[in-house]
Design a protein around this ligand. Structure first.
Ligand code: PBG
Length: 330
């Protein structure tokens, strides 16, 4: 007798393994998330994200050039503005000369081919640390959309290739698309954070931007009335389909690793590219375990990125982008 199927035949050596490999990974799969700070020659380490910094604009440009040279074609931009610029409505978010708008212009100036995708949400500008405007203890949807639309227009005017709403308000993709069209920004795309879960994996990011919801009466303690419940699957598909119907060019699932079932389902449901955000907490876990010598950093990094692609991601936003690109380019 012999086994009817010898599946190991296709694993005999690296040559045959490479022939039958179903997924590939390259620097062009990645987007690099970047935190921008005010000032000059500023480089502030983020304790919970070793290797990631808040850079002032001058250093950000150096980083963008380095990323471009490694083969990375897109950056996601998040800014940290001073508390004096924050209010409830996030008015600073659409300041023509705000830090985000300056950053977009400077990157497009320095590396015109780099795809620039600014984050659209009010949290970096909100005194309350929420993605929308607060009224009577609630994050109000429709007034927030008006603010997000102004914000998106200011990004488009500054030269953004895409805007990336991460706020989870209902109907914001349609409102933003309409405003972009009416103002002649036909070629500015929308990458929508469609299936964004209320996740504790965002902790280190909120450290980086100092943007956690504040602990005050009449301010929601968490983002659960707009970000999704991690127990749920169906609404992720609905959110993605709604966003595509409203004009999203790319839909995103976030976080990554613990949500790969959602990635696959969304991938099967839509006919637009699917992006996955491997978020700050996922990055922090790998760094922490590797620091202790408990996991092999590089192997874990590459394995996770491959698995995110296998699940259905066309694009991965990852803090590992530069490190992974360096390894893949070797
Ligand atoms: C906020 C925003 C968050 C992240 C991206 N955009 C945090 C949040 O929703 O509280 C998290 C990204 C990460 O953890 O890396 N609009």
């Amino acid at each position: 007798m012999f086994p009817l199927q010898r599946n190991r035949r296709l694993r005999t050596n690296e040559s045959i393994r490479s022939l039958v490999r179903e997924t590939s990974l390259s620097p062009t799969d990645f987007m690099l998330p970047m935190f921008v700070a005010e000032g000059k020659d500023v480089k502030i380490p983020i304790a919970s994200m070793p290797g990631i910094y808040r850079h002032s604009l001058d250093n950000t440009i150096k980083e963008v050039k380095e990323a471009w040279d490694l083969g990375i074609k897109a950056v996601n931009i998040y800014v940290k503005v001073s508390d004096s610029l924050k209010d409830n409505a996030g008015v600073e978010a659409w300041n023509k000369n705000g830090l985000m708008q300056q950053t977009i212009r400077a990157i497009k100036d320095a590396v015109p081919e780099m795809i620039v995708m600014p984050d659209v949400a009010l949290d970096p500008y909100s005194i309350y640390g929420h993605d929308g405007i607060i009224k009577n203890g609630q994050v109000i949807n429709d007034a927030t959309i008006e603010a997000l639309t102004l914000m998106s227009l200011s990004h488009a005017e500054a030269g953004a290739d895409f805007v990336a709403p991460s706020d989870m308000m209902d109907g914001r993709v349609l409102a933003i698309r309409k405003a972009l069209e009416e103002n002649g920004h036909h070629n500015v795309g929308i990458m929508s954070y469609s299936a964004k879960y209320a996740s504790a994996f965002y902790g280190p990011f909120r450290d980086a931007l100092d943007s956690a919801p504040v602990d005050l009466n009449d301010v929601p303690k968490d983002k659960k009335t707009y970000q999704m419940d991690y127990a749920n699957r169906i609404e992720a598909i609905r959110e993605a389909l709604d966003d595509v119907a409203e004009g999203a060019d790319i839909v995103m699932v976030k976080p990554g690793m613990a949500y790969l079932d959602i990635v696959r389902e969304v991938k099967n449901a839509v006919h637009v590219p699917v992006a996955v955000y491997q978020v700050s907490g996922e990055y922090a876990m790998v760094k922490a375990a590797a620091e202790r010598g408990w996991l092999d950093h590089d192997q874990i990094m590459i394995e996770q990125l491959f698995c995110i692609k296998r699940a259905g991601a066309n694009i991965i936003s990852t803090y590992f982008a530069k490190e992974a690109a360096k390894l893949l380019n070797k």
